[in-house]
Design a protein around this ligand. Structure first.
Ligand code: F0G
Length: 451
């Protein structure tokens, strides 16, 4: 099954998308910051454009794909206008959070912002883990400490704010779990109806509990994430659903703030390299957008290389890099213990492929065993309990060190995307079971080998 690129595909088109579109060869890299918008004299620094043909689309209507060529849309920032806004804003005086950067986020000035105080997550100096795996410096951006336990909250605060601005009544998503948990929470906060489609039997327990508790209509689809997303996209127009998957360009605008934060936390410096898990490809593209914008705005000089990490059984982007192809071939039956990134046909593949390429990085795979090993080390050595997908970046660093691709004197930042409590089953399955004793000091002594 293809999504938006394979010519002659049998898949039905999403709304606003042309069925037969060109393949992504001969890439043209277009920076997210542009010199000036044609003839626009207002102070709004944002324009929504197609990532491929550049067609400008209105921001006042629900839209995800270009009406001319079917590719995804993105927000572009006018440099001069953004600088003007920033100079008046004194951003650095505000606490670290998504909305610290509100002048660089495309919502209307009078918009009602729905927030749970997301972002502002720790950038941990993981000294014990660095020593264990043999690297000079390893930092972890622990986005599992967001309000609903994943990075999705960064995107949802902006996405839901936009949904209300557009007058939408119902929001929807397909999800491997975290998007549904986050969307449900923010929809509740904004008093909107929320519909989430999840792949049957493949969503971690904690995430399911969240979506249910926050009051979403939870629909289990007989199929995988890719099929669930296809249903959501194709029904959105007919059923009046505002889709808040990462194909929604406003969600990316919230998520890009994590890159700004890292630079700010490093004292106005960009990291050397950033390791990040890749599933549907939205977050890696969002990070790159953030780094690129911060560089273009002169806040930092330089940008990191992006190392996208995929699970071996769900790795269409990594396969592109391995084969040198600029076209993605979907994985039909994706599988991995890291269910969050169990995705075979990433909707954002073009965005993330370009982001990684443009950064000078690449994408590779890690096995489930490597992911679980990284998860355990993070928990035991750093007090960071990440869900399996949230440990994939550290697994990628360990793999690169072992293969000699990454020098031992390097400094890296790993993005840990979701909290371990989301997926208790995986955690318990790989841990020693509790031992039962009678309620006595002697029994405890015996157990600890002290008697
Ligand atoms: N890590 C976690 C914990 C995730 O939940 C996801 C995606 C990713 C990494 C990958 O991010 O898709 O932007 O490349 N989860 C989505 C969901 C698909 O439905 O919750 P991506």
């Amino acid at each position: 099954m293809d999504r938006i690129v394979q010519p002659g595909s049998a898949r039905r088109a999403w709304p606003g998308e042309f069925r037969h579109v060109q393949q992504c060869e001969g890439l043209i890299f277009t920076p997210a910051i542009v010199g000036a918008f044609g003839g626009d004299t207002t102070s709004d620094p944002f324009e929504m454009r197609c990532i491929e043909c550049g067609k400008v689309h209105t921001q006042n209507r629900a839209a995800y794909a270009c009406t001319s060529c079917g590719n995804l849309l993105e927000l572009r920032m006018d440099r001069a206008k953004a600088l003007e806004r920033m100079s008046e804003a004194k951003m650095q005086k505000r606490p670290l959070s998504v909305w610290r950067y509100k002048e660089l986020i495309p919502v209307g000035e009078g918009a009602q912002v729905f927030t749970l105080n997301e972002g502002g997550t720790q950038l941990l100096d993981a000294k014990r883990l660095a020593e264990e795996i043999g690297i000079r410096r390893l930092r972890i951006k622990f986005d599992g400490t967001n309000p609903t336990g994943s990075f999705k909250d960064r995107g949802m605060t902006v996405g839901i704010t936009k949904a209300r601005e557009l007058g939408m009544k119902t929001v929807a998503c397909a999800s491997t779990g975290n998007t549904s948990a986050s969307l449900a929470a923010y929809a509740g906060l904004a008093g909107m109806k929320c519909v989430v489609l999840i792949p049957e039997g493949k969503v971690a327990l904690g995430k399911l509990a969240q979506a249910m508790m926050h009051g979403a209509v939870v629909v289990s689809v007989e199929g995988n994430f890719d099929q669930a997303l296809d249903v959501v996209m194709r029904s959105s127009e007919k059923l009046g659903l505002y889709v808040l998957n990462s194909v929604n360009p406003f969600r990316i605008e919230g998520q890009k703030t994590a890159a700004y934060e890292i630079c700010d936390q490093l004292g106005g410096k960009s990291p050397e390299s950033l390791y990040i898990p890749v599933g549907n490809g939205g977050n890696s593209a969002a990070y790159w957008k953030g780094f690129e914008e911060y560089e273009a705005l002169g806040v930092v000089s330089g940008h990191p290389i992006i190392r996208g990490i995929q699970a071996e059984g769900s790795a269409p982007i990594a396969r592109m890099f391995a084969s040198g192809s600029a076209t993605m071939v979907p994985v039909q039956k994706p599988d991995t213990v890291a269910t969050a990134i169990r995705i075979g046909n990433p909707a954002n593949w073009k965005k993330t492929y370009r982001a990684i390429k443009e950064s000078g990085g690449s994408a590779t795979t890690v096995t489930d065993a490597q992911i679980l090993s990284a998860q355990t080390k993070m928990a035991k050595l750093e007090g960071v309990f990440a869900e399996p997908a949230g440990a994939a970046a550290v697994a990628g660093v360990m793999d690169d060190l072992q293969r000699g691709i990454l020098g031992r004197s390097s400094e890296v930042v790993c993005v840990s995307t979701g909290h371990g409590l989301k997926d208790p089953d995986v955690a318990i399955a790989q841990s020693a079971k509790p031992t039962t004793i009678e309620a006595s000091v002697e029994a405890l002594e015996r157990l600890l080998g002290a008697a």
